[in-house]
Design a protein around this ligand. Sequence first.
Ligand SMILES: O=C(CO)[C@H](O)[C@H](O)COP(=O)(O)O
Length: 226
Amino acid sequence: MTKTDKTKQLVGEEVVDYIKDGMKVGLGSGSTMYYMIKKLGDRVKEGLDIEGVPTSNTTAEWAKEFGVPLTDFSKVQELDLAIDGADEVDPNLQLIKGGGGALVREKIVAASAKSFYVIVDESKMVTYLGNFLLPIEVLPFGWEVTANKISDFGCEPKIRKSKGEPFITDNGNYILDCNFEKIAEPKKLHEELKSLVGVVETGLFINMARKVMVGKDEKVDVIDQS
Ligand SMILES: O=C(CO)[C@H](O)[C@H](O)COP(=O)(O)O
């Protein structure tokens, strides 16, 4: 296991301590979440009574594998806590997410939770968002037009591919990865991009994270939203 994987495991396991009996929990996506779901499965086997709402088909598969009971929004409207990884976190706890292509479901789940906690290794902490390509989920119809409109904001959108074909999200859409490099005003950029026809959602998570847990070597730093 690499040092980064060990750090992801540390922070992924530690966040499970915040999950209490009776909670409905949003389960994010990505490799850090893998460790969280595995640990949560251990707690469920010990008697912890919770239900999770997954943000991706992969997360749902992991939950089934580790014995974490699942529910969905037809049965529960508000979650007690959502937990997820991130691709970048700035000093104001604004995020870029969507490296795994699950950003729309991740945002719906985070927005439906009373609290949203983010778990990352320290490589994700940045001064400015944008070094990581910003994922934007778009409708397949007319995606070339949407990409052209997005490029007016100062980037060159690239359609995400998998095995030479466009990557298809769990919602049947495409992802455009956009090289903004330095996003000085994340909230403004998010709002402007969202106003474009064809944009389903951006990977900018603005004012959503209540707590960010940062794994560093052998310890976890906890940053609360001020
Ligand atoms: O946003 C995400 C998926 O859409 C993930 O949370 C993000 O990519 C972090 O992944 P990892 O924990 O594997 O570093």
